[in-house]
Design a protein around this ligand. Structure first.
Ligand code: SAM
Length: 230
């Protein structure tokens, strides 16, 4: 059985996709996606030997070696242009996901959908998507085992839409912002509490211009998010 987090990621894979799961670890996601009829083939990419081994073992144990190719490499270097049409990258920080996409831009030829699950820093991923003409088409936020996860789904834009993105949309997510479910409200209440702590620390000891600027910026963000949660 897959975690709710990964099941949510899988639920956005279009039927009959050719998938690349980058940072696949134990390869649970591509195995589950194949066994449940979402995909016709997959590449499971891993940069680290331990996880690579467990991916190979899982694929073998599941008897899926003919449809799931486990490859060692950094990010999108494990795929060829036009080899897959859907990419999942889950369970990493937003900055790492952004770097993987950015470094592998030329491998995104033929890719129609990205399903990204940053553990932190989702706004970094949203900003990259905006800058590279990928349009967010859905978002989910969910809580599992006391942790809150975001899932971002994007499709290649036609380059025609003149997007205007509010800061709050990039930071909190345009769809999540509209929905404001329980996990969303919990996450942002926690973030605000964290920011308040930092502001408090800064106001106690720091008097440099840099610290003052940082404090002002945090206070501005607290106001922005509080205004939304009201
Ligand atoms: N995707 C799985 C999930 O969501 O449960 C595994 C997440 S695990 C925390 C992150 C995995 O990404 C690790 O196994 C790590 O080795 C791999 N990873 C980190 N950077 C990578 C990169 N640049 N290219 C490929 N894999 C990477």
């Amino acid at each position: 059985k897959l975690s709710k987090r990964l099941e949510t990621v899988v639920s956005f894979i279009p039927k009959q996709s050719k998938l690349a799961d980058i940072g696949s670890d134990h390869a649970y996601l591509p195995c589950y996606a194949y066994l449940n009829g979402y995909i016709t083939m997959a590449v499971a990419g891993e940069i680290t030997d331990g996880p690579l081994r467990s991916a190979r073992e899982q694929v073998k144990k599941t008897g899926l070696e003919h449809v799931i190719s486990v490859r060692k490499g950094d990010g999108l270097e494990v795929i060829q242009p036009n080899e897959v049409d859907c990419i999942t990258i889950a369970g990493m920080g937003g900055t790492l996901i952004k770097n993987i996409l950015d470094k592998g831009k030329e491998k995104l030829v033929g890719v129609k959908r990205l399903i990204l699950q940053p553990n932190v820093g989702a706004h970094v991923v949203r900003q990259w998507l905006i800058d590279h003409d990928w349009e967010l088409i859905a978002e989910r936020i969910l809580e599992e085992d006391g942790k809150i996860y975001e899932v971002l789904v994007a499709e290649k834009g036609d380059g025609k839409k003149p997007y205007v993105h509010l800061e709050a949309e990039v930071l909190l997510g345009p769809f999540l912002l509209k929905e404001q479910n329980e996990a969303f409200r919990k996450k942002w209440r926690q973030e605000i509490a964290q920011w308040r702590k930092i502001v408090h620390e800064l106001s106690k000891k720091a008097t440099t211009d840099e610290a003052l600027a940082k404090r002002k910026e945090l206070e501005r963000k607290i106001q922005l998010v509080e205004g939304i949660l009201e």
